[in-house]
Every structure is written in structure tokens, then in C-alpha cells.
Design a binder for this molecule. Structure first.
Ligand SMILES: Cc1ncc(COP(=O)(O)O)c(C=O)c1O
Length: 413
């Protein structure tokens, strides 16, 4: 919701969506650094607690800075979509302290002890650990299935009536696996499962999972939505607004994974240029992928816009562009990975993704250092694999940095 009569262009919503006039006429919604909110009378507090009067009560439950970010992202995620009543799709968004907090609210708000999740390989590491190491102790188990094999997915759901939720992450690390949202959501709906999509890599600029009737979308807002690497955050969006306002809101408030005004302000500020940034991220990534694909020192490039990517057709069906994430394998293996990282002059050696600057990491020597080589390779994290989040610098500068850092092709390679 916004109080300006604005057109429905995506970039316009990035700037004006969710903004409401502020009582002191501040141009931008200020950082509401207040942990609690006051009432004019006992009657007003009763009305506010009962939900008869709109108003803020306590900072863990939200504040105006948070609301603006929530409503802006809800408008972007619903962009161009209609609900079953034929009107623009209405979504409820809840901002969290992190992407992991948003996932926790979604999972614990939908499944109980004794029920199961069905999900796939290549999940973000934190999500994978959560479902493998934490949830089983709460009586919630995860079935990990190859989501490219739809028959297997259906057989697994049919065979186990305790499966209550399907969690899909697409595209996903490290090979940019892309999963068919339409087909998977249809399967989930056929068997009455709640379906959630982690849309962090694609963002609502590139992909709208609610088009396929999913129940929830979540993001780590830490990434492209914030865009500047200034705040950790997560958002959960749901199309059952009543449920979002009742049981999911309760779960969010009681788990305590709330956002705060400062991080919400940074997120809203980053979102104002979101559409512009994404267009540049994506065009730069396409040029970088094409350059790497022809480079003699590179064995393989994983990028959803290349004909060699096995999921190209799915990506073309559900994404506006192939995105800004890619990975590539240096021919020289582990040593080439170390040398490449050390030689970089402009691209930043860091984990995370989606910032204005190009981020590059070598998983075998960082995030997956503690994983056995055998296991790592099973997950596609080969010795010379480099992950890249292509930034919005001048693309010539990114290419020049790569050119001077990629090791000379080893003899005989
Ligand atoms: C796809 C994906 N989902 C969820 C998360 C978790 O988000 P956060 O780090 O904001 O908790 C990440 C973090 O990298 C991610 O890449």
C-alpha cells in the first residue's frame, strides 16, 4: 500500500511503493528508533490491542520503517500478478532479522512434530543444516529428493502422507541448478502441501513464484534486495493474508527474529535502485559468462544463459534474465583457485552475493574447507570452482581483472 497515486511500473514501485506520508513531513521514512509506542488513553490501547485501531505497539512486532520495506517488497513480489478474484494479488510480507529467521518462521509456522518436509539437493548451506541437524530433534524430518525427477518427487509424496511442506530454492548454488516452479508447485498442490520458494538468487526482478500458485516466497534481503551489503535481513511473503496476519505473525513475534528500524531503512534505501541495479547486474553477468566460456583457462562455466547449462529451458520459461550469479571451474584445480583469488585487484574476495561490487569466492578453500573432498565434489564443488556474484561496475573493469587473475592454461590442458 502506498499513499501516492503512482503508476504500476516496477521501477516506480521500487522508489515509491510502500511509502506513506510521515507526520513531520520527512521526505524519507525516518529510522524509528523506538522500542515501544504510546497510547492516548486506556481505551485506545484496548482498541489497538484488539486490532480495531491500527497502530504500533511494540518494536518486536514492527514499526513504520519496517512496514515500508515490507510493503514495497510485497508490491514487487506481486508485480503483474492477479489473485483468484481477478484483482491485483495481495501479499503480506514480514521482515526478519535474517534470511534464516524468515525460513524458521515459515517452517515452524507450517509443520508440526511428526510431519515432514520434502526438499532437494543444492539448498543454501544454512537451510540444509537447519533441516538436517536442527529440525530432526524437533520431530521434523526432511526428505531430500532430486527435484528434476518429477516422477520421483510424486512417488515420494504419495508414499508418505506425513509430508506437509515442499521447499524449493531456485536457482541454487553451486551449479545454478534451476527447478521447474510450475511443475513442482502443481505437484505440491495436488497433494495438499504448503509450497515455499527461496527466491533470493532470482529476486522479484527476474522471477515471480506466486505466478505458479505457491504459498510462500522468502528471501535473504541481505543480497540483491539490499544490494549494498549493509545489512543482514530476510523476508517472508505469503498469499494467505489471514494466515500471515494470525498464526505466522504469532510465530514471527514469539521466535523473536524481528528486523530493526536501521536495517529496514538500509533495505528500503537499497530497494529504490533495485530495478536499475538488476538490469546492470544481469547484462554484466551475460558478458562475463560469454568471456569465461571462451577462455582457455576455464574448464566449465555454470551460467543459466549458456546453451551448455542443462536447465537453460526451465530458466527461459520462468526467469526474465539468467541472473547475475555464475560459477566457473579453473583448469588448474585447487592451486589455480588460490592463485586466482590472490591475484584479483578489483573484484572482492568475500562470501555473500548481490552487492554492487563483484564478489568472488573459492568454496574449496573457504566455505567448504571442512567438508571432505569426496563429499564436496559430489555436491559439484570441485577444486578449481569459483563462485561469482557479478556486480555493476563497468564490465570492462571486471573483465580486465579476471584476465590478469586467471592462471595461464596449464601445459597439456
Ligand atoms: C539462497 C539463500 N537463502 C537463504 C540464505 C540465508 O540468509 P541470511 O544469511 O540473510 O540469513 C542465504 C544466505 O546466503 C542464501 O544464499
Amino acid at each position: 500500500m502506498t499513499d501516492k497515486n503512482i503508476s504500476s511500473g516496477f521501477d516506480t514501485l521500487c522508489i515509491h511503493g510502500g511509502h506513506t506520508a510521515e507526520s513531520n513531513r520527512a521526505h524519507l521514512t525516518p529510522i524509528y528508533a523506538s522500542s515501544t509506542y504510546t497510547f492516548d488513553s486506556a481505551e485506545q490501547s484496548i482498541a489497538t490491542f484488539k486490532g480495531e485501531e491500527k497502530g504500533y505497539i511494540y518494536g518486536r512486532w514492527g514499526n513504520p520503517t519496517i512496514t515500508e520495506a515490507e510493503e514495497k517488497i510485497a508490491l514487487l513480489e506481486a508485480f503483474g500478478l492477479k489473485g483468484i478474484d481477478g484483482n491485483p494479488l495481495q501479499l503480506k510480507a514480514i521482515l526478519h532479522s535474517s534470511g534464516m529467521a524468515a525460513i524458521c518462521t515459515m517452517l515452524l509456522g507450517n509443520i508440526k512434530s511428526g510431519q515432514k518436509i520434502i526438499t532437494h539437493y543444492s539448498l543454501y548451506g544454512g537451510t540444509h543444516e537447519l533441516v538436517e541437524k536442527i529440525l530432526p530433534d524437533l520431530g521434523i524430518e526432511a526428505l531430500i529428493v532430486n527435484f528434476h525427477d518429477l516422477n520421483k518427487v510424486e512417488d515420494a509424496i504419495k508414499a508418505d502422507t506425513s509430508i506437509a511442506l515442499m521447499h524449493i530454492e531456485t536457482p541454487a548454488n553451486p551449479t545454478l541448478q534451476c527447478l521447474d516452479l510450475e511443475a513442482l508447485s502443481a505437484l505440491g498442490k495436488k497433494y495438499g502441501l504448503a509450497v515455499c520458494v527461496d527466491n533470493t538468487f532470482a529476486t522479484p526482478y527476474l522471477q515471480h513464484p506466486f505466478k505458479y500458485d505457491v504459498d510462500y516466497v522468502m528471501h535473504s534481503t541481505t543480497k540483491f534486495l539490499n544490494g549494498h551489503g549493509t545489512a543482514i535481513g530476510g523476508i517472508l511473503l505469503g498469499k494467505d493474508v489471514d494466515k500471515m496476519n494470525s498464526s505466522i505473525t504469532k510465530m514471527h513475534r514469539l521466535l523473536g527474529g524481528n528486523s530493526n528500524a536501521f536495517d529496514a531503512f538500509l533495505l528500503t534505501n537499497g530497494l529504490r535502485t533495485f530495478g536499475l541495479r538488476m538490469e546492470r547486474h544481469c547484462s554484466n553477468a551475460a558478458e562475463v559468462a560469454s568471456y569465461l566460456d571462451k577462455h582457455p583457462g576455464i574448464a566449465r562455466v555454470n551460467y543459466l544463459g549458456l546453451a551448455s547449462h542443462p536447465d537453460l529451458i526451465i530458466a527461459e520459461k520462468q526467469m526474465k534474465h539468467p541472473g547475475a550469479m555464475l560459477s566457473f571451474e579453473l583448469k588448474g584445480g585447487f592451486d589455480a583457485g588460490i592463485s586466482f583469488i590472490n591475484k584479483l585487484k578489483m573484484c572482492t574476495n568475500a562470501v555473500s552475493l548481490g552487492t554492487c561490487d563483484t564478489l568472488v569466492s573459492h568454496p574449496a578453500s573457504t566455505t567448504h574447507l571442512g567438508v571432505t573432498r569426496e563429499k564436496r565434489i559430489e555436491f559439484g564443488i570441485t577444486d578449481g570452482l569459483i563462485r561469482m556474484s557479478v556486480g555493476i561496475e563497468n564490465v570492462a573493469d571486471i573483465l580486465n581483472d579476471l584476465e590478469q587473475a586467471i592462471p595461464q592454461t596449464p601445459k597439456g590442458a
